[in-house]
Design a protein around this ligand. Structure first.
Ligand code: AOF
Ligand code: ZN
Length: 366
């Protein structure tokens, strides 16, 4: 007998095909087999589209899956969302056995899918490769349980940790391979966010033109006073994806009206002397169904997010160049006096990207 794990690996590979298309939904893959013979595979490709189980079932005739085994990376859903419950489709198809990778942490499902299948007499095996299934959907698990996005902070610095020269020149720190990788990260994200320094000085477009992408990315920026010049790229959203500016109470109302008139969304969030409330910014992005957020600097925003414990993952490109003491620090003040207080990171991987290094790390939670 072929172990269930082999089919789950196949289902995981199917699930990964949804990368970049499913947000805020999870990536999910499914395999239907009878006595080890694969009848159909399926995956969730985009939010609003068929779920993995339904995608796989749709490839078979109405009776084609009767008595067969369904292997799925996430517990089948039991609720009416944008699509009807997968449990109903599974029962209608006469599936005899379901192997579930992990329970769905969505409070609307959370074990109900498995319970309904069992009540209807379907044999359920659960969990199966749960670590791999959970690792695939870490951003989703955070988003669906906290309604806050998973925050990936991207930084590009010189080897001595500078993101710009003393006069603010940051074009370019890292090379072409790193730029391509950043566009890939954007293509996988639901939204990208920059701080006001980057917004005003760099005039970024924040698009993902260098790689194929399936959806439009929400382009967000902090702009406390709504100082964005109307000649800047983000002031003309065009067809490149919506633009959202977070501002404080002191923003000029005429400027706000002008930006709104150009199709730029403006949302007021509470501000303190330290700047806009970042927990509020993340909460608003969560309300807008942003599951994966890519933060692209600058140093001030990076420092505030890291200092507040709001970063889940760091992608740090390090270019083999030195800028010296008059350059701009990659991370703003963290109030660290003793080395023992330094923010500790867990290194996940170090790889070469063209001439640069890419360090992937995660802040260690106390
Ligand atoms: C599954 N299989 O392939 C996916 C599931 O709005 P909807 O209808 O797309 O539902 C979204 C929720 O459904 C999502 O939060 C999660 O609980 C579940 N996703 N479930 O059985 C799938 N994508
Ligand atoms: Zn479903």
């Amino acid at each position: 007998m072929i172990p269930a794990e082999r089919f789950m690996e196949l289902a995981l590979a199917e699930a990964r095909r949804g990368l970049g298309g499913t947000g805020p939904n999870p990536m999910v893959g499914a395999v239907i087999h009878r006595d080890g013979l694969v009848l159909a595979t399926g995956y969730h490709a985009r939010v609003g589209g068929p779920h993995a189980e339904v995608d796989a079932l749709a490839k078979l005739s109405a009776d084609g899956a009767r008595g067969a085994t369904l292997v799925v990376t996430l517990e089948p859903c039991s609720h009416h969302g944008r699509t009807p419950p997968c449990v109903d489709a599974i029962l209608r198809a006469g599936i005899a056995r379901v192997v579930v990778g992990m329970l769905d942490p969505n409070p609307l499902v959370a074990g109900r899918g498995v319970a309904l299948l069992q009540q209807a007499g379907v044999e359920v095996q659960q969990p199966c490769l749960p670590e791999a299934c959970a690792a695939l959907n870490e951003p989703y698990v955070k988003y669906i349980t906290t309604r806050r996005p998973w925050v990936t902070l991207k930084l590009a610095s010189s080897l001595d940790g500078k993101i710009a020269t003393g006069c603010g020149d940051a074009r370019w720190v890292s090379g072409d391979a790193a730029a391509l990788q950043v566009h890939r990260l954007r293509a996988q994200a639901d939204a990208v966010l920059v701080g006001s320094g980057t917004l005003l000085q760099d005039d970024p477009s924040l698009d993902c033109r260098l790689v194929p992408h399936r959806r439009q990315l929400l382009r967000a920026a902090l702009d406390t006073r709504l100082a964005l010049p109307l000649t800047h790229k983000l002031a003309s959203p065009g067809g490149l994806g919506p633009v959202l500016l977070f501002h404080g109470p002191q923003a000029d109302s005429d400027k706000r009206a002008a930006l709104l008139g150009r199709g730029v969304d403006c949302v007021e969030v509470p501000a303190t002397a330290a700047g806009l409330s970042l927990p509020e910014v993340l909460a608003e992005l969560g309300r807008r169904e942003v599951c994966r957020l890519l933060v692209e600097g600058g140093g001030g925003l990076a420092g505030s997010l890291l200092g507040a414990g709001l970063v889940d993952e760091l992608y740090w490109f390090v270019a083999p160049k030195l800028v010296g003491a008059d350059g701009v620090c990659s991370v703003g003040a963290l109030g660290v006096e003793r080395m023992a207080q330094a923010l500790q990171l867990e290194l996940r991987s170090v790889e070469r990207q063209g001439q640069d290094l890419l360090v992937i790390a995660r802040p260690l939670r106390p």
